[in-house]
Design a protein around this ligand. Structure first.
Ligand SMILES: Cc1ncc(COP(=O)(O)O)c(C=O)c1O
Length: 399
């Protein structure tokens, strides 16, 4: 299939039929919500095959036929260490790392490890919804520090943060890059947050799951690498699952150079009954970090071209919807407030009238009434089809 814009064939133009794979992304709007032709652009997995090196490594392991409990080989850790050094200039030691079945489980373990019931935890809203549940399901209190839209992008509101910190606050959960606002935080912003964490003696959970998905002109800064003082109070969550599109392999890692934090984390994983890894997750994690670089280097310009395409399409053909241009991640906010649709009808409108399924903005926080989140990690033909459907549905509104 050809990329219609420049005639160059990209491996990411290939449309793969996911029918029959029990994909949450595809089954939910089509079977559960019952819109059979829906194009799903919601949950964070992409419609691209994983890097060939990952697929081959898993096939090789599958061919063996025995899937007993795995050990974690030294090469697993080394692949991540090399990746973090080369890609992010972050020198990590093996002794700082622990595995986790995911970043969301890791977040829950950290809330339990570093706070007690009744303590408060800061989140910067709107934000990935499991941040709320990690705090609330563990009987801790949320302190919302809403991000502020400065006319072009979302920024952290430090005045609000300083005003809201009370003695119960023990922890802050940082989303970096940020889902869903798409910010790749600058060193100055992260350093400011770091000063607040130091001043109030807070533990920081830095969810950096999206840190390999960063677009031109932006550089991801590892929070824990900003200073030894911040490293000493930070647990960082990393995984190849978003960038290499292997979230179903359920394998992630956390990094904490402070042994006290790392041991407390590991104790919580034991309390939760998690100890061993997952055979294919272990293989996929290592293969992605060890052999996925070229694939990712091809993916990033493709995703960035998807952003440009979507931006142009909306501006020229659906001016009632405005893209909040993301600096990183394959997720972006669409500001639909000028369509004149009631916020609680908006996602239903897109599903039933356009047959396109987004994530509803309010899922991430009440700040996003009138917004949806689009997952643009898909072949351009699919993105084009979705935008054309939306153009027709909006035209039919007759406004
Ligand atoms: C910010 C963020 N953290 C964590 C996750 C999920 O992580 P995991 O599948 O490893 O639990 C996502 C998935 O979209 C995410 O956007």
């Amino acid at each position: 299939m050809k990329n219609s814009e420049n005639g160059i064939v990209s491996p990411f133009d290939k449309v793969v039929d996911r029918t029959g794979t029990e994909s949450l992304k595809w089954v939910y709007p089509r079977k559960v919500l019952g819109v059979e032709e829906a194009i799903p652009m919601w949950v964070a997995d992409m419609d691209f095959e994983a890097p060939p090196a990952v697929v081959e490594a898993i096939k090789r392991r599958a061919a063996h036929g025995i899937f007993g409990y795995p050990l974690i080989p030294p090469t697993f850790w080394q692949a991540a260490i090399d990746w973090l050094q080369k890609r992010h200039g972050w020198a990590v030691e093996k002794g700082w790392m622990a595995k986790s079945p995911g970043i969301v489980p890791a977040l829950n373990y950290c809330v339990r490890a570093f706070t007690k019931p009744g303590d408060a935890v800061i989140i910067q809203t709107p934000v990935y919804h499991p941040f709320y549940s990690a705090v609330e399901h563990n009987d801790r209190r949320i302190v919302r520090n809403p991000l502020r839209f400065d006319g072009g992008r979302y920024v952290m509101d430090f005045d609000d943060l300083e005003r809201k910190i009370d003695p119960d606050v023990r922890m802050v959960i940082l989303c970096s890059p940020h889902n869903p606002v798409g910010r790749v935080w600058t060193a100055a912003e992260l350093e400011h947050l770091g000063r607040v964490a130091l001043e109030h003696d807070l533990v920081v959970f830095a969810d950096e799951i999206h840190h390999d998905l960063v677009y031109s002109g932006h550089v991801h800064r590892v929070f824990a690498a900003l200073s030894p003082e911040l490293a000493a109070r930070t647990v960082t969550g990393i995984a190849p699952s978003k960038a290499f599109n292997i979230p179903g392999l359920s394998t992630a890692a956390v990094i904490a150079s402070n042994p006290r934090l790392l041991e407390a984390f590991k104790l919580e994983t034991e309390r939760a009954g998690y100890e061993l890894g997952q055979v294919f997750g272990v293989v996929g994690f290592e293969a992605a970090y060890a052999h996925g670089r070229e694939w990712l280097d091809e993916l990033l310009p493709y995703l960035e071209a998807n952003i440009d395409f979507m931006d142009r399409f909306l501006t020229e053909r659906i001016p009632g919807i405005r893209l909040v241009r993301p600096e990183g991640t394959y997720l972006a906010l669409l500001d639909c407030r000028s369509l004149g649709i009631a916020p609680d009808e908006l996602n239903r409108f897109f599903l039933t009238k356009a047959q396109v399924y987004f994530s509803d903005g309010v899922q991430f926080g009440r700040e996003l009434e009138g917004f949806v989140r689009v997952n643009f990690g898909c072949p351009r033909v699919l993105l084009t089809a979705a935008l054309e459907r939306i153009e027709r549905a909006v035209r039919d509104l007759g406004r």
